[in-house]
Every structure is written in C-alpha cells, then in structure tokens.
Design a protein around this ligand. Structure first.
Ligand code: HEC
Ligand code: HEC
Ligand code: HEC
Ligand code: HEC
Ligand code: HEC
Ligand code: HEC
Length: 436
C-alpha cells in the first residue's frame, strides 16, 4: 500500500472517529493544549500546530523532525515553546516545579529521602540514570510482553505516541487505552483527573490523582507478565513469582517507578541486577530501572527495616485530624502509620526520639510500650486484625491521655540496626539474577 493510500485510509478512520464522538454529543474533552478531541468542529485550528501538508518533515506529516520526539520537544523540550511542560528537563516551566513522570534527560526526585511516607523533590534537577527510550529509533526489550513462556519480551522501538494519543482522547494524560504496538486486545482506561490539572508533585511516593489499579493495568498492556495479584507462580519460566503489583494496598507500578525517567542510583553491590532472562537494557547504565529511590530504598518505604521482614507496614490510612491524641499515634502527627511503630521501637530500644504522644503507643493498654505494640500498629497499617483487650481504645480512636511512662528508662529489648548498611552481606553475586 502506498503512503498516500495509507493516509487516505487513516483520514477515513479519523473521520469515522469524529462521527463517533459526535454521537457522544459533541462535547470537547478536557485534554490540554492542541491535544483536544472535539465532537464537531468545521474549522479546526489545531491541526496546523502539528501538521504541514506539503512541507512536512516526517512521514506522518509533522511540522518538524526528523523524529517524532524532536517534534514533541518543539513544545515539550527544554528549549521548547508552546507548552508549560518540559518533559526533557522534568520541570513545569512557569513555577519550576517537578513533573510527576520524572523526566527524559533530567529529573528532580529526592531519591535518598529518609522520610517514612514520602519521596520529596530536589531543588536542582539531576541527570537521569534510566528512562523509557522514546526516541523512536533505539530498539529495546518490551519486558514481559506477550503470552506465558514467550521469553523476556520482543524487541520494540518506543516513541511518545505509542503511549500518548496526540489527538486527545479524554484519558488521563491522553494515554492510549491500547498503546500502539502493545498487542493488547482489551483497552485499559485511566480516568482523567478533574480540571484544573496538576502536572507537578512535591511527593513522588504519591502516584497522583489516578487509580493505582487502572494505572497498573495500563502499564501491563505492554509489560503483560509484570501484573500480579498474588505471589503464586504464574507458570512462566522467567516471570514466575512476583510481588503484587496490581495496585492493591498501594502496590501500583507508578508507586515504585517513574513513567518517563529517574535520577535514582543503583550502584550498590547488590542493587545493580541483571535484566530478566539475561536480556539487555538499552540506556540504563546505572540499572536503576526507573525506580524512585536509590538502590532498594523503595522497599523500606513500605517494609520498615527496623522490625524487618516479618511484618509489612503499608501506606497510612486516610489522615485523621490531629485534634486529640489518637490511639497508636505515638509521634503526634495525627495519623497512625509505620512511623509510629518506629518511634515505639526506638523508645523500647532506649534510643532517643521521645515524643509527647508516647502514651498513645501502648495499644494493648498494659501500661507498657513493647515491641508487641509496634507490631500491633504495623498489623493495623497492613489492615490485619489486632488483638486488644476489652475497654482499650481501638487504634485510630481518640485516647484519654494518661501520663507517659518514663520514656528513656527501659533497657533495650530489641536490638534493631537502623542503618541499612548494617545488614550482613549475602553470598549472592551482583548479577546472580541474570540467567546465563
Ligand atoms: C499535538 C500535535 C497534533 C495535532 C494537534 C494533530 N495531530 Fe495529527 N498526528 C500527530 C502525530 C504525532 C501523528 C502520528 C501519530 C502516530 O504515528 O501514531 C499524527 C497522525 C495523524 C494522522 C494519521 C493517523 C493517526 O491518527 O495516527 C492523521 C490522519 C492526522 N494526524 C490528522 C490530523 C488532523 C486532521 C488534525 C486536526 C484535527 C490533527 N491531526 C491534529 C500530531 C498531531
Ligand atoms: C504545538 C505545541 C505542542 C506540541 C507540538 C505537542 N504538545 Fe503536548 N501539550 C501542549 C500543550 C499547550 C499542552 C497543555 C499543557 C500546557 O498548558 O502546557 C500539552 C499537553 C500534553 C500532555 C498532557 C495532556 C493531559 O491530558 O493532561 C501530554 C501527555 C502531551 N502534551 C504529549 C505530547 C506528545 C506526545 C507530543 C508529540 C507527539 C506533543 N504533546 C506535542 C502543546 C504541544
Ligand atoms: C512508556 C509510555 C510513555 C512514553 C513512551 C511517553 N510517556 Fe509521557 N507519560 C506517560 C505516563 C504514564 C504519564 C503520566 C505520569 C504520571 O502521572 O505519573 C506521562 C505524562 C506525560 C506528560 C505530563 C507531564 C508529566 O511529566 O507528568 C507529558 C507532557 C508527556 N507525558 C509527554 C510525553 C512526551 C513528549 C513523550 C516523548 C518524548 C512521552 N511523554 C513519552 C507515559 C509515557
Ligand atoms: C514494589 C515496587 C515495584 C512495583 C509495585 C513494581 N515494580 Fe517494577 N521493578 C521494581 C524493582 C525493584 C525492579 C528492579 C528489578 C528487581 O529487583 O527485580 C523493577 C524492574 C522492572 C522492570 C525492568 C525489568 C526487570 O524486571 O528488571 C520493568 C519492565 C518493570 N519493573 C515493570 C513494572 C510494571 C509494569 C509494574 C506494574 C505492573 C511494576 N514494575 C511494579 C519494583 C517494582
Ligand atoms: C508502549 C509500550 C510500553 C508501555 C505502555 C510501558 N512501557 Fe515500560 N518499557 C517499554 C519498552 C520498549 C522498554 C525497554 C526499552 C527501554 O528501556 O526504554 C520499557 C522499559 C521499562 C522499564 C525498564 C527500564 C530500564 O531501566 O531498563 C521499566 C521499569 C518500565 N518499562 C516500567 C513501565 C511502567 C511503570 C509503565 C507504566 C507507567 C510502563 N513501563 C509502560 C515499553 C512500554
Ligand atoms: C507500596 C508498598 C510496598 C512496597 C514499595 C514494597 N512492598 Fe513488599 N509487600 C507489600 C505488601 C502490602 C505485602 C504483603 C504483606 C502481607 O501480606 O503481609 C508485601 C509483601 C512482600 C514480600 C512477601 C511476599 C508476599 O507477598 O507475601 C516480600 C518478599 C516483599 N514484599 C519484598 C519487597 C521488596 C524487596 C520491595 C522493594 C523492591 C518491596 N517489597 C516493596 C508492600 C510493599
């Protein structure tokens, strides 16, 4: 089929799509800039922002090239004009704030942030260490794409419009429900946020105004075999047992990964792991895999290192007003989360860090704070049942304040090692996950 004929066919398709959307009532979808799909518009202006009919620079008749990425960067690049969103530098120009997706060349994620429930933003952007190679020319492995036991994934050349629909579609960030080339048959819709849209973030651990379940399903249109709702074996030779990633309890793809690129480092002895099935990455010298924290810092955002590995602490439930002391809220921040368990463990271990609300840490009302109280809080945070005697206020409920036990008097009953580096080295080599 000649290029011209393809375009005619495609034009017909576009017309059909326009008619379909007219059927929806001709409502303009709330997408930004020129990316607006309208129901009916006899004299659209926006086509000319992107297409030239006789003097185009790409075979999709775009105003500039040679690659589609170059074209998008005329508005969305660091030197671009025409959009507030600089995805190359990872910044929103008007207020110099950090974009949610990170960035393709620079990103401002505070990848060493020790705060329990947040990943903050750097004042100065850093060069990225891994990114989705969207230049439309470099082929990479489409990790996990395809049926069970079909290898690590096919070779794939990614471009911006594989993921985004430049003509607008009313989805969150104009994401295509079926990304081009994904091979998906079921659309994965991601519901758009209400206007006005907020493209920047101050906390990368908050994956934004989207449903984690929808977002994970969307990423999995391409990375099919990464989507897991249990750790049971999938039957695949490579992607066999997997951490839950379907968005339940906050475990969505974008909780751990940035969508465009990250400045995280992964130079630790054990963190620079090989690619699945011994396959190779494209751009990712530091093996940081679009992660939002250095090495495996992302793990201990949810799993506290102190009570390590037997207990899993999750995201805090919806914040409660901090007016009264809440049962379990040992650090007085108005919510019960893993940070409270941490405060109690430190107290039990005789480490400093006392708080005016330590009394609220005695969740089993036995008059003492012990590691069992910390464990109870972590169970609560993980939505597991917590044994409390009758008459003892449930975790999260208001608590009548009784004076705190002498905070720093007890001798350590737990010997936590608060620094990640203190853990014993294992015999696993740095690349042992790579199949040979
Ligand atoms: C924001 C930039 C932008 C605007 C505005 C825009 N286009 Fe496009 N258009 C593109 C890009 C990029 C492609 C290539 C997409 C691809 O390869 O999948 C494209 C592809 C096309 C195609 C090929 C089929 C397809 O959908 O991929 C047609 C036809 C088309 N555009 C027509 C139009 C018309 C008519 C308008 C105005 C109503 C318009 N475009 C507005 C960027 C734009
Ligand atoms: C002519 C300038 C222009 C070009 C070219 C352009 N964009 Fe945009 N884009 C905008 C504007 C304007 C906005 C709205 C945000 C803002 O105010 O800057 C926007 C918004 C977006 C958004 C957010 C949409 C939403 O629903 O929130 C995405 C994603 C996006 N563009 C992707 C692309 C991609 C991919 C390309 C290349 C195929 C591209 N853009 C080319 C001007 C442009
Ligand atoms: C692998 C899929 C993928 C590719 C390729 C991709 N994007 Fe995105 N993009 C996303 C996702 C997902 C988001 C939403 C991120 C979020 O909210 O966490 C996004 C967000 C955006 C935004 C909104 C600002 C932000 O950072 O959140 C713009 C603008 C944008 N993309 C433009 C582009 C351009 C231009 C390209 C090509 C240079 C591109 N994207 C390539 C998936 C992709
Ligand atoms: C709990 C955090 C977490 C979640 C949730 C998560 N990932 Fe990952 N991902 C990682 C880590 C860590 C790596 C580095 C490799 C490793 O340790 O196995 C990685 C690696 C990857 C890679 C690179 C290839 C590889 O396996 O090394 C891809 C692709 C990927 N993840 C896709 C996804 C997708 C798609 C989802 C959602 C369906 C997802 N991830 C959810 C943490 C996560
Ligand atoms: C259109 C298909 C497509 C979609 C949708 C997509 N990816 Fe990818 N992804 C790729 C390809 C191709 C590669 C390998 C090339 C590369 O590394 O850029 C890749 C690589 C990765 C990697 C490994 C990067 C590295 O360091 O080697 C991670 C992690 C990842 N994707 C996560 C995600 C997440 C999270 C989402 C959803 C926000 C997502 N992907 C959506 C195509 C896709
Ligand atoms: C968004 C929060 C979150 C992050 C980030 C996270 N996990 Fe988990 N993880 C969980 C939850 C929730 C469970 C299930 C807890 C339970 O059932 O007791 C879990 C379970 C596990 C399990 C036990 C297997 C299972 O599902 O029962 C292991 C091992 C594990 N995680 C390792 C990791 C590692 C390694 C990382 C870093 C790459 C990580 N987790 C990051 C929330 C998280």
């Amino acid at each position: 089929m000649s290029g011209k004929l393809v375009l005619v066919v495609l034009m017909a398709g576009l017309l059909a799509a326009a008619l379909v959307s007219q059927g929806r009532g001709g409502v303009a979808l709330a997408d930004g800039g020129p990316h607006i799909a309208t129901g009916s518009d006899a004299t659209p202006d926006r086509c000319a922002s992107c297409h030239r009919i006789h003097t185009a620079e790409t075979d999709t008749l775009l105003t500039s090239g040679p690659t589609e990425m170059d074209f998008c960067y005329t508005c969305h690049g660091t030197g671009g004009t025409g959009s507030d969103l600089d995805v190359q530098g990872g910044k929103q120009r008007s207020n110099n704030s950090a974009l949610r997706a990170g960035g393709f060349d620079f990103a401002s994620i505070n990848t060493t942030d020790p705060a329990p429930d947040s990943i903050g933003v750097l004042g100065t952007a850093q060069a990225v260490t891994s990114w989705h190679t969207a230049d439309g020319t470099t082929a990479g492995t489409l990790w996990g794409n395809g049926a069970l036991n079909s290898g690590a994934g096919p070779s794939f050349t990614l471009r911006c419009s594989a993921c985004h629909d430049p003509h607008g579609n009313g989805q969150y960030r104009i994401l295509r429900p079926i990304p081009a080339g994904s091979g998906a048959t079921e659309p994965a819709n991601v519901t758009d946020e209400a206007d006005p849209k907020v493209y920047s973030t101050t906390n990368y651990f908050e994956p934004g105004p989207v449903s984690g379940i929808q977002m994970s399903s969307w990423c999995a249109t391409c990375h099919t075999r990464y989507l897991a709702s249990s750790t049971a074996s999938s039957g695949d030779a490579i992607f066999a047992n997997r951490h839950v990633s379907d968005g339940t309890s906050g475990r969505s793809c974008t909780k751990c990964h940035a969508s465009h690129g990250t400045n995280a480092g992964a130079s630790g002895t054990y963190s620079s792991v090989g690619y699945p099935g011994g396959g190779r990455g494209t751009t990712n010298t530091a093996e940081s895999r679009l992660l939002k924290m250095d090495n495996r810092g992302i793990c201990i955002k949810c799993h506290t290192e102190v009570l390590a590995l037997t207990v899993h602490a999750l995201e805090a439930p919806a914040p409660t007003p901090a007016a009264v002391m809440l049962q379990g809220d040992a650090d007085c921040d108005g919510k019960v989360n893993s940070a409270d368990a941490f405060v109690i463990v430190r107290d039990v271990a005789g480490l400093n860090g006392s708080s005016a609300c330590l009394a609220a840490g005695d969740i089993d009302c036995d008059g003492e704070r012990t590691s069992l109280d910390a464990l109870g809080i972590l169970r609560y945070v993980a939505h597991l049942s917590v044994d409390q005697p009758a008459g003892c206020p449930p975790i999260g409920a208001a608590r009548t304040v009784t004076p705190s036990r002498g905070a720093e008097t007890s001798s350590p009953t737990v010997a936590p090692s608060p620094t990640p580096e203190a853990s014993a080295p294992s015999a696993r080599g740095a690349t042992s996950s790579q199949a040979s």
